[in-house]
Design a protein. Structure first.
Lengths: 151, 421, 421, 151
């Protein structure tokens, strides 16, 4: 383990200069989730056209891993067929579980997050944006990985 | 983390276990009482622990201790992995489909209370019935009395036959569509009886009830496959299966666990806390409030590794053989045995009354001969009353016991007779 | 049963503790993270354990293990004596009048749930009020929300000042004759704040309310005298005070304990069990259902012996000195500290935010330098929200920490700055 | 520890041939308690006259220690002033706590129970009859050391 496995240039760049970080007025799909343990919050907005993710943006706050992952995600799935976006989400999750060896051309910048696997407690941060994306693509309402239940 | 020096079969080993090798793993078994070697026949109360378990717990604490699921630092990661690794080990041992079906508790008493409160208080109302048996341990009676008092549900009992079996002849009238849950021991600690879990599960499911099992005695002494038994909930306790005190848990089918409310509120079981309400995590985490018995569940995993190394079928065969021998010798000596006399349908907890020596006197006298047995009602007062005795003497066996120890027990009975004749 | 090699004062020792000697009792402190020595600054989550504690627990299990209060045999007697001896040790440590005022639990989360359920559900009804504070740990919030939901009582909060103190200016309107119980932390794990317990106890008693204390952080770090504080109930947790996980308990005034219902039903807490009802033992036994964390409470007693050997006044003085130093250095380095800045009115859990580095990132970066801190909401989401942060970084200190370790922490902050600038 | 410390002749004699083991018709004082742990049961009947225990009997079942202790007790307090009977009960309890050295002339056969101190869990058996006696002398109703409470 070394810090530059996790705090790679490209991650810090996405954190400091997040791509597609804005609301998307009129988005058909919108979904929010948070990880209260660390205070990470992500909302994903998506505009779907012809079975593909025409445009996708996010809003949020949190640690460098959660925010850079969201930023990279928006780049990775823009213009991608919904089925393929789902597939990428699955494979991203697989990479974070240590099961999937990422293909450079499919993953792009996302490959940089591979180092997070060595920091199990940070995996939740990396996966949060993808959880929200999947919920959004499922057309479901408000998402939360933890299935909260009210007292 | 824990080294495994488990014992291998040797030629004349009872039930496939090399008991001599096993005994060397348990330092307490070398103790003496006065000039007598200790003969420990009280494993149904709590088992002894092998070095492998004691060392695993100490090694975790000495070198990897941290709170689980909290720290980003190295020790935090190590502790979380050890704790969740223990969950996976327990799940495998019980034949559970996945680690998330295992809730850790501090023992089966907490587990059965979690069932009675977490499931019972949300699912039961007046007119509903809870069906248990007259051979239950108090930990599977009192929680249901409390839940019945709060919900207005009615508690009913499957009676016992004179032989110490469940009397299922009246099951048709006891188990009806009013019954919402059947909660039953897998093996009685007072009578030794093994209950027909799969049959009871099918009967319960046929009327739309679920079935919960108190496996405090079954899990240490018999192979278990919760999926083959098709039980909905099953509690177990680590300290009776070579593990540390304060270890144990509750298996539950995912949907049943999700339908339950937590019994304890606190840290780590919540998702978000607001001034006027909170949201919870999903199972099993919503049931694990606060800092858990972390080192103890790690010790339990080492105990399971040890038992797996012996093979649970061998454990069962060994105990069946010893129990058969003990029943024969005790009956020969003139003892009255409560519970089944056929070792193939019972576990190794043998309750008896020897002539007219009160069990308390008997236990004191046997202790002076080095023989440790239990005397009392064994937290099963209903079963005691059923058989008209205030208490019994109980000898119980585990992987480290030998036929020689049964002989020591029977030999020591003579002393009692001499004193009281 | 446990040998005490406690550390004696030497000339330049901080706060009267010989930290060098103490550190040698904690093998985990010799670990390294990569090439860096481990700097463990997360004792508020769980403390490390000295050899004396690990050995006491292992020694009990290896040579004296049996169930307590059950066996007539030699091991049963030894186990009972060790377990009840631990109760007496705890009572002495807290200044309790007698051992029977101590209920053993598996930790403060169980203790506070026992208060909220065992006391709350019998004593509270609609119109009654429960008064807690906004700095509580979730284990002193969520149980009260559950009890409020069941009883119809209302939960109210003492707010916090900008400095992280209880804002007692509105106490008059919050604490009224409707208030039946005040439940408050003795020392905040998120802000470090020490609360004015005696003052709150007097105010509560003046309106006829009782006061319960969450002493999870206070007990490890400060002398406590429950009689001088005049508190009615006080929960504590062993694993934060050098003891094993699964150890802990609840002190209660005798009449308050007797007025409570048990939370868990099962073996050993009952007097007699009948088909339709049961009768219970008196306190503390009616609250100790099933096999308790026996070896763990024995370990806790060894931890208390260790702390007594150091002297709790010295422990407090040592931590005050380190905390003062840490506050100075962190503020100098540009960190924002949440909670009081005056070390004399606070404990050693220091929550901060360093520039714009998110606490999770900070904790990961510090870990690579060997420095273990906690990042998150510290199970105190209401306090986090009060100060407008989703999480903080938290360094916390105990008897084995040194000023050098504070320097290592502050030095490591530079790395974070370098990465994120 | 040796067995003849606890199973002394005199104890076994009182167990096998209990003194005053019968109901006492018309007794003003009557009290019952049990120790469900081992199934010991004791009922004490007493007839009081002129401030003294004129006659005292017991009924019960249980182990040799509980039953012999009851038998010895009836002998020890017959004809004794109530205040003195209470005092003896206190001192008997003290002997069982290891605090009081029994005076042979006051304790009589009861001295034999001193060996039970070495068997802490059996102390409850030895003390049970005395608990019941004290409750009876207090004029209280049904006694139980455990202050049971009903679910
Ligand atoms: C103030 C306070 N209360 C309660 C708790 C919960 O303690 P435990 O997890 O041992 O039950 C903690 C520990 O995090 C704490 O710091
Ligand atoms: C059948 C049965 N159920 C429950 C228990 C209670 O187990 P624990 O004391 O570990 O909670 C026991 C142990 O005595 C038992 O034998």
């Amino acid at each position: 383990m070394a810090l530059d496995d996790i705090y790679k240039e490209v991650i810090l760049d996405h954190y400091k200069n997040p791509r597609n970080k804005r609301e998307l007025p009129g988005a058909e799909l919108q979904c929010h989730a948070n990880n209260p343990l660390c205070g990470d919050e992500i909302t994903v907005f998506a505009h779907v056209d012809g079975g593909a993710v025409a445009e996708v943006t996010f809003q949020g706050a949190g640690c460098s891993i959660s925010q850079s992952s969201a930023s990279m995600m928006t780049e990775a799935v823009t213009g991608v067929k919904i089925g393929d976006a789902r597939g990428l989400a699955e494979r991203f999750r697989g990479m974070m579980a240590g099961d999937v060896e990422p293909a450079e051309d499919e993953f792009g910048d996302l490959v940089a997050l591979k180092g997070v696997v060595q920091y199990p407690i940070r995996i939740k941060c990396a996966v949060l944006a993808w959880d929200v994306l999947q919920e959004a693509l499922d057309g479901a309402g408000s998402a939360s990985g933890a299935q909260p239940h009210t007292v | 983390m824990n080294e495994r020096t488990v014992s291998v079969k040797t030629a004349g080993a009872v039930g496939g276990l090399d008991v001599g090798a096993i005994r060397r793993d348990f330092p307490i078994l070398s103790r003496t009482v006065g000039e007598h070697p200790l003969v420990f026949l009280d494993s149904a109360a709590t088992s002894q622990k092998p070095n492998q378990v004691i060392d695993a717990e100490a090694e975790f604490t000495r070198h990897h201790n941290a709170n689980a699921h909290r720290g980003i630092h190295m020790l935090g990661e190590e502790a979380t992995q050890a704790y969740e690794g223990a969950r996976a080990t327990v799940a495998r041992f019980l034949g559970a489909p996945e680690p998330e079906t295992i809730v850790f508790t501090r023992g089966v008493t907490e587990s059965m209370n979690l069932v009675a409160q977490g499931w019972g208080r949300t699912h039961l109302r007046e007119g509903d019935e809870i069906l248990i048996t007259e051979m239950e341990h108090h930990s599977n009676i009192v929680p249901w009395q409390m839940t019945a008092a709060v919900t207005g549900a009615t508690l009913r009992y499957i009676p016992l036959t004179d032989d110490g079996l469940l009397d299922l002849s009246q099951l048709g009238s006891l188990l009806t569509e009013r019954t919402k849950i059947v909660s039953v021991t897998g093996m009685s600690n007072a009578l030794g009886t093994i209950t027909p879990l799969r049959q009871l599960a099918d009967s319960a499911h046929a009327v739309g009830a679920i079935i919960a099992v108190d496996a405090a005695q079954l899990a240490p002494h018999s192979p278990i496959d919760v999926q083959a038994l098709d039980v909905d909930l099953l509690g177990f306790t680590g300290h009776k299966m070579l593990g540390p005190t304060a270890s144990g848990g509750l298996y539950g089918k995912s949907d049943v666990l999700e339908s339950m409310e937590p019994m304890l509120g606190g840290g780590e079981m919540i998702h978000e806390v607001f001034h006027d309400h909170s949201t919870y995590k999903s199972a099993p985490f919503k049931f694990e409030a606060g800092t858990m018995p972390i080192a103890q569940q790690v010790g339990l995993a080492a105990a399971i590794d040890y038992l797996d190394g012996l093979g649970m079928a061998n454990v069962r065969a060994h105990e069946e053989e010893i129990t058969r021998y003990a029943l024969d010798r005790l009956l020969d000596a003139g003892a009255t045995v409560y519970g089944p006399k056929d070792a193939s349908i019972r576990g190794g907890a043998v309750s008896f009354w020897f002539k007219d020596v009160h069990p308390h006197d008997l236990a004191t006298i046997l202790n002076e001969q080095g023989v440790a047995i239990r005397a009392g009602h064994h937290c099963a007062q209903l079963a005691m009353r059923r058989y008209g005795v205030p208490a019994t003497a109980r000898a119980s066996f585990y992987v480290y016991n030998t036929k020689d120890e049964v002989d020591a027990l029977v030999g020591a009975l003579d002393h009692a007779q001499a004193i009281f004749s």
